[in-house]
Design a protein around this ligand. Structure first.
Ligand SMILES: [Zn+2]
Length: 316
């Protein structure tokens, strides 16, 4: 019960304190997705979908990470209320993000609802392979038994896949702690007969990070992490690092130094318990101003950037 009260307090804080992206206008990149031309040869286009969701496109390959359009209030999460993907919201926002007619792959950093719930219905519409943890695979199969088993890969750190013309390296990751422990913990190690119907059915599984090699560029993405658990040392073009809560924020500097990126995009720092149509608001626990101050003060490598909802940016 104490846990629910804590969540309710966080919910009320989030509702009252969210500031908007126009306070950070100088860091924003991208143009409205619906106005953005398709990427040309050698270009990689990044479109932000909110939460930790991205569409990454080259001329010949399209990959989506952690799409989440069917939002739910934190109060309903705290009450573990019945919850399913929203067909109208998925249709509206996949169109607003300018999804191509075919997606080659869906990468899932972990299987909480805000990363996985919309993947099965989207896969059924846009095709493509799902790369998720074994727990995520069992959840997808239970949520959408019609998806062919071969289309859902239960991946482990160290695995490599070719998706379209992109190479995907699966890396080890950690989930941030919230109030001292991993939220909605647990692994699923065998097929489940009942579909996930409540927020807490979407157990975290094994968290993953991805290194995506696409059109000559290297993009690293995770959804957060823990201090001391760092990405491998690579010189990436773009690092998308989850900074939703304290653990991810604390290891942000070290992660940037390890990845030595040309561009760094802090991610998962919006209030994703409010509907997408209300626009981007920093969650009150995102702490972006401190993160930016540290980034600039410590002269971390690369350029710090931000993206607004449904904006597309070319990574040259
Ligand atoms: Zn999570």
């Amino acid at each position: 019960m104490r846990h629910y009260f804590s969540l309710l307090i966080i919910a009320l804080t989030l509702i009252s304190c969210g500031s908007r992206l126009n306070t950070q206008r100088e860091l924003l990149v991208g143009i409205k997705a619906s106005d953005a031309p398709s990427p040309k040869h050698g270009e990689v286009q990044i479109t932000y979908l909110g939460t930790n969701g991205y569409l990454i496109r080259s001329r010949d390959t399209s990959i989506v990470i952690d799409p989440f359009f069917s939002r739910i209030s934190l109060i309903k999460v705290a009450l573990n209320a019945p919850y399913s993907p929203s067909t109208p919201l998925i249709a509206e926002y996949s169109q607003r993000a300018n999804f191509p007619t075919h997606i080659d792959g869906w990468l899932v950093t972990h299987s909480h609802f805000d990363h996985l719930i919309d993947v099965p219905p989207l896969q059924q519409q846009f095709s493509g392979k799902i790369i998720t943890s074994p727990t995520g695979k069992f959840l997808c199969q239970a949520a959408a038994p019609k998806i062919a088993s071969a289309k859902i890969i239960g991946a482990r750190p160290g695995n490599h896949y070719q998706i379209g013309k992109a190479n995907i390296h699966v890396l080890s990751s950690k989930h941030d702690r919230v109030l001292g422990s991993t939220p909605i913990p647990g692994l699923i190690s065998k097929a489940i007969s009942s579909a996930p119907i409540r927020p807490r059915d979407w157990k975290v599984g094994t968290p993953l990070a991805f290194l995506i090699e696409i059109a000559g560029k290297k993009i690293y993405i995770d959804s957060g992490g823990m201090p001391g658990h760092l990405p491998p040392s690579r010189n990436v073009d773009l690092a998308i690092l989850g900074v939703a809560v304290g653990d991810g924020q604390q290891r942000f500097d070290e992660a940037v130094q390890a990845l030595n990126p040309r561009y760094t995009l802090p991610s998962h720092q919006d209030d994703f318990f409010t509907p997408l149509h209300r626009g981007f608001r920093f969650s009150s626990i995102s702490n972006f101003s401190k993160l930016k101050k540290d980034y600039l003060g410590k002269q971390l490598p690369g350029e710090l950037i931000l993206m607004d909802y449904f904006q597309s940016w070319i990574l040259n």
